[in-house]
Ligand binder design. Sequence first.
Ligand SMILES: Nc1ncnc2c1ncn2[C@@H]1O[C@H](COP(=O)(O)OP(=O)(O)OP(=O)(O)O)[C@@H](O)[C@H]1O
Ligand SMILES: [Mg+2]
Length: 574
Amino acid sequence: MRLLTTFVRAYPGRSVAAFAALLAGALAEGVGLSALLPLLTLAVGDGAAAAAQGGPGGAVVAALAPLGLGGRPWALLLLIVATIAVKSGLLLLANRQVGYTVARVATDLRLAVIRALLAARWEYYAGQPVGAAANTIATEATRASGAYLHGMAAIALLVQSLIYVAVALLVSWQLALVAFGAGLVFSSLMSRLVRASRRAGARQTALLRSLLSRLADLLQAVKPLKAMAREETGGALLEEEAVRLDRALRREVFSKEALRALQDSAFMLLTVVGLYMALAWWRLPLPTMTVLAILLARILGQLGKVQREYQVMATCESAYWALRRTLDEAERAREIPLGHAAPTLARAIRVEDVGFAYETGWVLRDACLEIPAGRWTTIVGPSGAGKTTLVDLVTALLRPQAGEIRIDDVPLVDIDRRAWRRMIGYVPQETLLLSDTILVNVTLGEPGVSPSDAETALRAAGAWEFVAALPRRMDTAVGERGARLSGGQRQRLAIARALVHRPALLILDEATSALDAESEAGICVSLQALRGTVTILAVTHRPALVQAADRVYRVDEGRVTLVEQREPGTALLA
Ligand SMILES: Nc1ncnc2c1ncn2[C@@H]1O[C@H](COP(=O)(O)OP(=O)(O)OP(=O)(O)O)[C@@H](O)[C@H]1O
Ligand SMILES: [Mg+2]
């Protein structure tokens, strides 16, 4: 129920409109059903009784009387047909409204998750399985909107059954109360089956999430797994989860079908008992009996449907809460803009007494270094020393726990972080390409970047030669995450991507690790030509990038030391 109130609060206009249409439709049907009683009374030839009838039937006859149609069977018949038509029309309106809202709910949830995921801090992604995010946007959003659909259906049916109860109350209140009460008692007896469905749904939500996380993980690492013939080990886990998912689905099916079967027999029994009571105890006339039989069957049928819809909603509900958790977590991890100063890079980036720790412990302590603008600075140091961490601090993806980073003497925390990052060309340690063309991988689809800009960048990155030799050149698709290119070709595309926006600061984190000495030397020469306009920060173990630098720092055991400083223009060409 909490889910429904959440949805109704999120979409008040649409929900109220749908509810109003449903209510009006149900009322129209109530009038039609009330007209049934005088019609049947007339049919058994008791005109006087029809005219003198009280209750809802009498009210209908009285309403028609001023038009001179009070006791006319055809008028009553017409009224019944008209109310059914009105009810169907209103139902169509309401269902359309609910259908549109369901689509809206799914879309809104998806957009909210996508926006929150993209706006999160960099650290947040370290704990996020890619498959789980895909599952949230695809499966969970669909199931969550399904929960709204079935919840609304349950409400609609409940409203209808309440109208039937109202009509029945007017015809014979004793029988109506007995029917409604018995329906509720039976429904609560069967609520165990609804709970079973809810549990099966929750299990499905958890299993789907884990299955998709594992699958995405496995597919990303499939090459070494296949090369070592270990894919089945990973696959076995997936299969096990698929089987458990199957069990959860079966449990859901069983609860659903068991509910339907039990309802059918229970309600049949109730109808028969009710009719017997009406005939034997209260000795109601046949027309009243017939109308009551119809009403009784309807009330019980509707109550059964309410419960079945509620059951489906309960099955889907966990998907909404799982999605909500993802959304809340991502929103809590939102990167909050701190500073607003416009960044410049005319003098230097200074890292002053910076200390940084991950949850696992300190990585950098009292780190001091200066990266002069327009010059080339290289950082070396053993694996795991904290070089990439240092770069992440400069790009403001991470924030130091101690000390400060200043860009042209302005503390980085006071600077508009996104504006600062827009000045950066970054080549990460792991080359990550999009499954798209070379052109899109270089321009990242940004409208202001032309194919000729991309070509210039590809030339500077030493990639033009191989791109020009491809039949479709820059329009060649690179395959899933660049799988159709060699490691070195991927790296050169990544360098071109960093250069295409003409960055003020170019960061290369092991960006040439997959290149041969000759290609690397070629890139160093192109990059050295950028000296003066571009500040270069390279992390490397490779001699060429050390020799090309004006300054070399070493990161080791959390400390940063200056190991080499050359006067401008005296750096060795690789
Ligand atoms: N997200 C993280 N959470 C916890 N610890 C991390 C995280 N990222 C890195 N570390 C740890 O911080 C230390 C420094 O990592 P970093 O990536 O900066 O090293 P590096 O000098 O770039 O190494 P390499 O030369 O191998 O790339 C390592 O011990 C690493 O295990
Ligand atoms: Mg690194």
